[in-house]
Design a protein around this ligand. Sequence first.
Ligand code: NAD
Ligand code: ISE
Length: 339
Amino acid sequence: MTVRVGVIGTGMIGQDHIRRLTDVVTGAAVTAVTDLDPARAADVAARAGATAFPTGADLIASPDVDAVLVTSWGPTHAEHVLNAVAAGKPVFCEKPLATTAEDCLRIVDAERAHGRRLVQVGFMRRFDPGYRQMKDVLASGDLGAPLLVHCAHRNPAVPESYTSAMAAQDTAVHEIDVLRWLLDDEFVSAQVLTPRATSRRFEHLKDPQVMLFETANGVRIDLEVFVNCQYGYDIQCEAVAEAGLVRLPDPAAVGVRSAGRHGTAVLQDWKGRFTEAFDTEFREWIAAVASGAEPTGPSAWDGYAATVITDAAVRSLESDGTVVAVDMKPRPAFYGGTA
Ligand code: NAD
Ligand code: ISE
């Protein structure tokens, strides 16, 4: 069966996922698109061989759409996801699931009322081969219990519209999700410290930031978020356990020796760094939808958890680094397991 996908939001990542669903993943076809900008939707529709719809609600209602992909702006996600759940259609929502914890819970409640999982959230790092290998090592128990995790999330530069709160909401949210999954543990507190700010970018921005998290099992996580580091896109993660440590590999790159130096190139953006993760994420989602199975990727509950933890980090940032408790509801049995 070919899964007919309708895409809401044909901007940067929407177009990239349309390319992925069309050229990379087998068993999927993009049949419908919509965008607030009708000219953009029409242009993308013409290139994809899809129909342009006036609104997300029209697209979701179409009998030519089996599954929905939401790649619009974050504050609009909840409305589209709720409409898809009401229509009983599987929906893949780019992060964040919603921008408030209340909206995330409305989605969780709607999905539970429906009775089976329909929602997957676009936290693609769970599909990255390096993180998957780290998870296998930790889950094997060979290293004993994890005790500490050291991470860095660096971007070469961000635009002026990026705010200090986005360091948690837009950037660290990926570590928040992948570490809940990697450690199979829940975050209980967040603290954000602001060292001397770089002078190489905007005055309004607190950059870099140091984020400290504690989990229910007592693991301490430190995460440097530095979104104007200048030199490249650089993701680091090292988990220290009782009998050893496991580290995320850097992407493979050839070594070049020239003019008395030896070096490797550093990637410049997240698209290149996580290509394989995005491809696998969509392959697995389409395979689940095609077989009528529930999705196995990040759930609506994971989307809720990430938003609640992000909120705690932003509250800490706004209160000069106070330790803020994560105020999360108990996890419903519907979502199984722990993190
Ligand atoms: P973008 O601004 O390039 O594109 C968003 C598009 O959605 C625009 O064309 C806009 O007109 C359209 N849109 C907004 N609201 C709409 C609505 N209600 N109905 C229809 N169209 C609507 O943004 P982007 O960079 O593509 O980001 C989109 C989403 O993807 C964001 O939530 C972002 O956080 C997420 N994202 C995820 C990753 C990742 O690594 N997983 C990376 C980048 C972006
Ligand atoms: C961006 O929005 C993403 O989602 C990327 O995956 C992330 O690494 C980047 O820092 C964000 O700005």
